[in-house]
Design a protein around this ligand. Structure first.
Ligand SMILES: Cc1ncc(COP(=O)(O)O)c(C=O)c1O
Length: 470
């Protein structure tokens, strides 16, 4: 017996214990505080211990209770960030994926895993009206955005007199509401932060197409090379959807790559396709099943129209990894279209979760989130002490408490930051924050398959309660 061997019966007992722990956790989820009663000192004391030389055996599992009791809770009253709610059937698939330990590099390293990943990517593309797009699963929207812009750089940077591609004169355009991962990508790709042009947005936080055209003309006149435009299908702050058809027309006329950052919103087009018209005009598109398809982290997805651009950017195959088959299925390698080589079997959770519930159940849940956001927005709009700070097109609701109308924005910002702190301390609901045109917002984002009307109604009650003691 090797030192790390474990008998199948012992494994089964451990798995049963973890199944009990997780099922009990799910049974008590609703009654839990959204933030655990813990502190930095407490988590240091519990988890900052030396590594044991001798194995603890099944006793090692006892500490998992502490992990559960010191974790943030995603019940229906969790409205922070843009964070999906961890559909549990998908979580079960993760156990099998880890035991099978497929390295989803290429068909020969994981035959079923590669076929299943192709299948779920096709399902996602079709579900959002982009049938025929290629793609792969990623760690999240940030890495999908990075890879998309790497493709754009490769596809649109001209070769100079020395036969080199130099992207340092290239320009990428995005709205001033673009996610921070766009600036990060532009910096990492050597295009340079100064070559990211942020285009102003209108009163609905949507990129203004005429301003984009103006910026392109100005840069062309200055000898710069417009490379790509990033349009939002759901901005992180307010869920604004940029005017995709107009932006696509400008991109086409100026030979720019069009990337749509749909990490937050694009999957909602399964329920509300009309508001996402133009998604299929993109060259590449990010979407995040770990946000609005309720999947456990991590599970992002990058789609692209033409895989030759992905191959140009990412196929740098070493001899040791060369495919040995000419069969189009058996010779396929994800690493030739992605920056990742070793990749976990992310597709299994999505495949099982979608097959278990069916697409209709996901569509209905997304529609319910959209409805709940409208319910919250109209209650805020009607309340004399609350102010809605942005239109609610998707499911992000930005608002603030208005103690009285004579207060300045600075005073209101301080007050609302304090309210947020108190709301989080109370632990009944979890909100996050945003800043819109200098105004501090309380922000509730509903991408949660557990949220009910009563949960949404508790947002206002909690904010008023927290404001009461100011
Ligand atoms: C619009 C948008 N883009 C990109 C991201 C980054 O996604 P991830 O956290 O999966 O890297 C987010 C995250 O909230 C987002 O809202």
């Amino acid at each position: 017996m090797r030192s790390l061997s474990i008998a199948p019966e012992a494994f089964r007992r451990l798995a049963d214990e973890i199944a009990d722990l997780t099922a009990n956790y799910l049974a008590t989820l609703d009654s839990r505080s959204t933030f655990p009663p813990t502190s930095g000192a407490r988590t240091e004391q519990l988890f900052h211990h030396p590594l044991n030389e001798q194995g603890l055996g099944a006793d090692a599992l006892k500490a998992l209770h502490d992990v559960v009791e010191n974790s943030r809770v995603q019940n229906g009253r969790f409205f922070g960030y843009v964070l999906g709610s961890g559909e549990p059937v998908a979580a079960l698939a993760d156990l099998l994926a880890s035991v099978l330990n497929q390295n989803v590099t290429a068909w020969r390293s994981g035959p079923a895993a590669v076929a299943i990943e192709h299948t779920v990517v096709n399902w996602l593309a079709s579900a959002i009206g982009c049938a025929g797009f290629h793609g792969h699963l990623t760690g999240g929207g940030s890495s999908a955005n990075l890879m998309a812009l790497a493709m754009a750089r490769e596809a649109r940077t001209p070769v100079n007199e020395s036969g080199m591609k130099d992207a340092s004169q290239g320009v990428v355009y995005a709205s001033d509401e673009a996610h921070m991962s766009i600036a990060k990508s532009v910096a990492l790709l050597g295009i340079g932060r100064r070559n990211l042009q942020l285009i102003p947005t209108d009163s609905n936080f949507r990129l203004i197409p005429s301003q984009l055209e103006k910026a392109i003309r100005r840069d062309q006149a200055a000898g710069k090379i417009p490379l790509a435009v990033v349009a939002n299908a759901g901005t992180v702050n307010t869920g604004a959807i940029d005017p995709l058809p107009e932006i696509a027309a400008i991109a086409r006329a100026n030979e720019l790559w069009l990337h749509v950052d749909g990490a937050y919103g694009a999957l909602a087009s399964t329920a509300a396709p009309a508001i996402f018209a133009g998604l299929d005009l993109s060259d590449s598109l990010s979407l995040d099943p770990h946000k609005w398809l309720y999947q456990p982290l991590d599970c992002g997805c990058l789609l692209y129209r033409d895989p030759t651009h992905a191959r140009k950017a990412f196929a740098h195959t070493g001899e040791y990894a060369r495919a040995l088959s000419n069969d189009p299925v058996e010779g396929f390698a994800f690493f030739e279209e992605s920056m990742e080589l070793s990749r976990r079997f992310r597709a299994l959770r999505l495949w099982l979760s979608l097959r278990y519930h069916g697409l209709q159940a996901f569509r209905a849940s997304i529609q319910e989130d959209l409805n709940l956001a409208q319910r919250l927005a109209s209650a805020i709009a009607q309340h004399p002490r609350l102010e809605l700070l942005a239109p609610v097109g998707l499911s992000a609701v930005c608002f603030r408490y208005l103690a009285d109308t004579s207060k300045t924005d600075e005073q209101l910002n301080l007050q609302n930051a304090e309210i947020l702190k108190r709301v989080l301390q109370r632990g009944r609901v979890y909100l996050s924050n945003a800043s819109l045109r200098g105004k501090f917002c309380l922000r509730a984002c509903i991408v949660n398959h557990r949220t009910t009307e009563a949960d949404v109604d508790s947002v206002i009650a909690e904010v008023l309660e927290a404001a009461g003691g100011l």
